[in-house]
Design a protein around this ligand. Structure first.
Ligand SMILES: NC(=O)c1ccc[n+]([C@@H]2O[C@H](COP(=O)([O-])OP(=O)(O)OC[C@H]3O[C@@H](n4cnc5c(N)ncnc54)[C@H](OP(=O)(O)O)[C@@H]3O)[C@@H](O)[C@H]2O)c1
Length: 407
């Protein structure tokens, strides 16, 4: 990226930051102004932005996402008193205390619901739960005891562990209980996971769109993470309502309706693609070419990762892709607009292969095989070390030290 383009982007970012000061003179184009003014889905009146329109009714919102109507629920529909009343006869047995268990469990507890944790006594999570104030024999039990006490069993074991422990868990899921997941993985791929849910209970899902740590942090800030919810089995006729209520109870702000299948397919696909695997592959490919063509490590890193994460991607996140283009130099815009379809055409077949691999269960099979090995943590750590040792990420460590905020 040319220094001129960088300056332009930096200026746009700076302007964006001060955009809330009404008296400030802003150097935005009409497009940039439009992006800033774009309403969020928190709007309470009907808006016609050309992007999304919001029908503000309590209970559910029919939102037009770029031409497709979808149903979204919101936290305000389930205030704390209503949640307490709705779950007054329930014991929420949260099984597993990893990333999601920690976040969802503490949020449920802070919301005043009757929640207990079930984890194996010899694992790391048992001590973690004690450190977080769960008391053995009061609200911390081993897995079987917690399930026996629970009316709503929240299976937040790792996906591989859900499959591994299913023969032990299934007989405890007696009539009248509800089974809750945060991923469609186990029931959707039941041929591989062997998680065949009992036919006489409600089975629901709430999948936060972020890590368990974020679920907790946003809740503590008085905000809520976006989540999707779905129903796998509705025996009582109340499964959908229960899923919505639980979504809010664990700390969600807006809740999107989906199905178990769509949730797991999109999730496995996304994390292997643009969210993690795809973007890492693209960084590596670009960096390697720059290095092979004689560029220095710092230059290759800055042009590949640093400007992306520090300057341009935050603009996409905050205001959209058009805003990012608009914030850059005419030279950069022209080139990026011309090359974007070529990348799309080159990558689309790979994305289709990936989706097929998700759909036919290959990704699930691989995940189960790898993550149920006794030494999977050690093997994973070895792979992380290999990433740490790559030149690009060693360079990144040094470049980060030179950021303005670190000086
Ligand atoms: N992490 C995310 O960002 C995220 C986001 C959305 C949804 N989800 C979904 O949420 C669910 C939980 O994921 P997570 O990331 O929170 O899991 P995690 O951090 O990997 O937690 C794993 C938990 O499972 C327990 N466990 C592992 N193997 C076990 C075994 N053989 N027997 C008994 N317990 C065992 C661990 O206990 P020990 O300490 O005793 O090993 C720990 O409490 C998954 O379905 C996942 O797909 C995760």
């Amino acid at each position: 990226m040319s220094s001129k383009m960088l300056r332009t982007a930096a200026r746009a970012a700076r302007n964006a930051r001060i955009a809330t000061a009404p008296s400030e003179k802003r150097a935005f184009s009409a497009l940039a102004k439009a992006a800033i003014a774009r309403p969020t889905i928190a709007a309470t009146t009907r808006v016609a932005s050309g992007v999304a329109s919001v029908e503000a009714r309590r209970g559910l919102k029919q939102i037009n996402f770029g031409g497709t109507e979808e149903t979204v629920y919101e936290r305000a529909d389930w205030p704390r008193e209503k949640l307490l009343d709705y779950f007054k006869n329930d014991t929420l047995a949260l099984i597993g205390y990893g990333s999601q268990g920690h976040g969802q469990g503490l949020n449920l507890r802070d919301n005043g619901l009757n929640v207990i944790v079930g984890v194996r006594k010899d694992g790391a999570s048992w001590q973690q739960a004690i450190d977080d104030g769960w008391v053995p024999g009061t609200n911390l039990f081993d897995v079987n005891e917690a399930i026996n006490k629970g009316t709503i069993v929240m299976n937040l074991l790792s996906d591989a562990a859900q499959s591994e422990t299913w023969p032990q868990i299934k007989p405890l899921l007696t009539e009248g209980k509800t089974l809750y997941f945060s991923h469609g993985f186990s029931p959707v791929f039941k041929d591989l996971t062997k998680v065949d849910t009992p036919k006489n209970i409600d089975v629901i899902l709430v999948a936060p769109k972020g890590s368990g740590r974020t679920v907790r942090t946003l809740f503590k800030e008085g905000r809520g993470i976006n989540s999707s919810y779905a129903v796998w089995q509705d025996v009582t006729g109340k499964a959908e309502e229960k899923a919505q209520a639980l979504a809010v109870a664990v700390g969600s702000g807006y809740v999107y309706k989906t199905t178990f299948e769509r949730e797991v397919h999109s999730d496995l696909y996304g994390e292997r693609g643009c969210l993690m695997g795809g973007i890492h592959g693209m960084f590596l490919a670009q960096y390697e070419v720059l290095r092979e063509r004689g560029h220095s490590p710092s230059e290759a890193f800055n042009e590949t990762v640093e400007e992306a994460t520090q300057s341009l991607y935050p603009l996409i996140g905050k205001y959209g892709m058009d805003y990012m283009y608009d914030a850059c130099s005419t030279t950069a815009r022209r080139g990026a607009l011309d090359w974007s379809p070529r990348f799309k055409d080159a990558l689309k077949p790979v994305f289709n292969q990936l989706y097929d691999s998700v759909l036919d269960g290959s990704e699930t099979k691989r995940s189960l095989e790898f993550n149920s090995q006794k030494d999977y943590r050690e093997k994973f750590e070895k792979e992380l070390q290999e990433i740490r040792d790559l030149e690009i990420w060693r360079v990144g460590k040094e470049v980060r030290k030179l950021r303005p905020e670190n000086n």
